[in-house]
Unconditional design. Structure first.
Length: 370
């Protein structure tokens, strides 16, 4: 039977992601619009975004937090081009974005001593092979594979190298061990459902020491330059952005942070995401034609939930299109480089009740295209 009840919010895209429950542009504080981002008001607003980020995420004192250009991609590239080259580097890649960082390090930076630790979609490489004497680059959560690292226990407390972590689909949905991480990057449009174009760059004191002691032999574009006169440009981490930010996007980010605070903080956004995953896990356990790409529950993402179906690739596309045509699920096809299947966003801005309404539609669509 065709279901009769549809999700209230059918937006299950893995980025940009669904806006928070109750969101309205009219709720935003737009007092900064039309003003310079370098005005007292502009700087105070950007500084407040940094301070609220620190408070909600529990980022330790001494770690710098900066708002940088070009979303998470820009933040990661700033770290790679500014920090790498002093030591050998281990690059962990098990899905599209990790493979992208590996390509940049090998083919653009052309570094010597690059060690690729790879695994197919649905699996993790052997984390124990990461050498603590090397720098390490990895994604905390593989958005296109639905696979996350289970914890930071594999990172040595006595490491000599830096850990550079792309955590864009993990921050606010997974617990991060800050003492294990020297660089953390993310963007606003994932777990918080914010707007794109801006990245967050979080640096440990060890990463700052590297920036001030290591001078890369290649030229750095202006938007990558974190050091001025041999010392960290502290103004970047106090709200003086390298280039002009969208203050409308900043207002949107502050709205998302206020929502996080109002529902109980990061503990609750993590819990919401885990409850969302549980809805899909219950469904998969009852349907033998649906499978998680990550078969090991300990490494299964609770944000970008990736599935395969017992269907040919063209039938999967038909199923995705059918659900979109019915207005019950938008943008849930697997990433273009991943195995054919579904990718359903389960971050904190998605309601479990909407996922519960989606599951009968998923079964119905499977029967229709099969």
């Amino acid at each position: 039977m065709k279901p009769s009840i549809k999700p209230v919010n059918p937006n299950f895209s893995s980025g940009p992601c669904s806006k928070r429950p109750g969101y309205s542009v009219s709720h935003l504080d737009t007092s900064t619009l039309g003003r310079s981002h370098r005005s007292l008001l502009g700087k105070a607003t950007l500084s407040r975004a940094i301070d609220e980020t620190r408070r909600l995420l529990g980022v330790p004192e001494g770690y710098r937090i900066g708002i940088v250009p070009a979303s998470d991609t820009g933040a990661v590239e700033m770290a790679l081009w500014s920090l790498l080259g002093q030591r050998p580097v281990d690059v962990l890649a098990w899905e599209s974005f990790g493979k992208g960082w590996l390509t940049d390090i090998q083919q653009q930076l052309k570094l010597d001593g690059v060690h690729a630790l790879t695994a197919p979609y649905g699996e993790l490489p052997d984390l124990a092979k990461a050498d603590p004497a090397h720098d390490t680059v990895f994604t905390w959560n593989g958005t296109t594979s639905g696979v996350k690292v289970p914890n930071g226990d594999w990172i040595s407390d006595q490491r000599e190298g830096l850990t550079i972590c792309d955590a864009t689909s993990a921050v606010f949905a997974m617990s991060l061990p800050w003492d294990k991480l020297d660089v953390v990057t993310y963007s606003w449009q994932k777990v918080l459902g914010g707007e794109g174009a801006h990245g967050m760059l979080i640096l440990s004191p060890r990463a700052v020491d590297r920036l001030e002691s290591w001078n890369p032999p290649w030229p750095l574009p202006k938007i990558f330059r974190l050091v001025k006169g041999g010392a960290l440009n502290e103004s970047i981490f106090q709200g003086a952005t390298i280039n002009t930010p969208s203050m409308l996007c900043v207002a949107d980010y502050l709205d998302a942070l206020e929502w996080v605070s109002s529902i109980g903080g990061v503990a609750e956004t993590i819990a919401r995401s885990e409850r969302n995953l549980a809805v899909i896990e219950a469904f998969v356990s009852q349907h033998d034609w649906a499978h998680f790409l990550a078969t090991d529950p300990s490494i299964r993402s609770n944000t970008s939930v990736c599935m395969t179906l017992d269907l040919e690739a063209d039938r999967v596309k038909q199923l995705v299109a059918l659900l979109a045509d019915e207005g019950v699920a938008f943008d849930i096809g697997a990433y273009r480089d991943a195995p054919a299947g579904l990718r359903i966003w389960c971050g904190a801005t998605v309601e479990a009740s909407d996922l519960e309404k989606l599951m009968p539609w998923l079964e119905w669509a499977y029967r229709q295209v099969k």
